[in-house]
Design a protein around this ligand. Structure first.
Ligand SMILES: Cc1cc2nc3c(=O)[nH]c(=O)nc-3n(C[C@H](O)[C@H](O)[C@H](O)COP(=O)(O)O)c2cc1C
Length: 169
């Protein structure tokens, strides 16, 4: 089986963190959370306002170094919370800075119901990759951590990613 790495960003409730576990269970994926060097404000409104400016400007914040090298993997799942109808800026940095040739990139996102173009925007940045099995997961519209998407949909998706990884060898 080809090796699977999950790189994801999460800020609010850990919603985006729920998805990697499914991939770890389905295909033994290695999982790493990405972090910005400069943290966002602790309060929600401060982060929402800063994020609006950053998303509109296509800002790419500096990231803390990663423990895993995506070059060592065949399939890389990249996860983001939807921020202002697109990906979180940290994920923009991640996707822009790497060589995705010969890789399969699996984008996934979580949102409160207004997904926007996050998945398409991520696909566009993973230059050279084969993009497959994009997944949007919706949580309750109250901004909380209750998954509105049927969890079986996420489990089925993880199974398809595992099959995809098997095909890589
Ligand atoms: C800065 C910011 C912007 C957001 N923008 C959107 C949005 O455009 N559409 C949406 O449905 N949810 C939006 N949300 C809600 C998050 O996408 C949603 O709660 C997500 O599941 C949070 O994931 P996390 O807990 O992993 O950070 C936003 C949240 C934050 C903090």
């Amino acid at each position: 089986m080809g090796r699977v790495l999950v790189l994801y960003y999460s800020w609010s409730n850990g919603n985006t963190e729920c998805v990697p576990q499914e991939l770890a269970d389905a295909c033994g994926a290695d999982v790493e959370r990405i972090e910005t060097v400069d943290p966002y404000p602790k309060d929600y409104d401060g982060t929402v306002n800063q994020a609006k400016r950053e998303v509109e400007a296509g800002f790419e914040p500096e990231l803390e170094p990663l423990a895993h090298d995506s070059a060592d993997y065949d399939v890389i799942a990249v996860g983001t919370p939807t921020w202002w109808y697109s990906m979180a800026p940290a994920v923009r940095t991640l996707l822009h800075a790497r060589d995705w040739r010969d890789k399969v990139v699996v984008p996934f996102s979580t949102c409160d119901g207004w997904e926007g173009t996050a998945l398409d925007d991520m696909s566009g940045l993973a230059e050279g990759a084969r993009v497959a099995e994009s997944l949007a997961v919706t949580f309750g519209s109250d901004g909380g951590s209750r998954m509105a998407t049927d969890p079986r949909k996420v489990t089925d998706w993880a199974g398809r990613v595992a099959t995809l990884a098997k095909e890589r060898n």
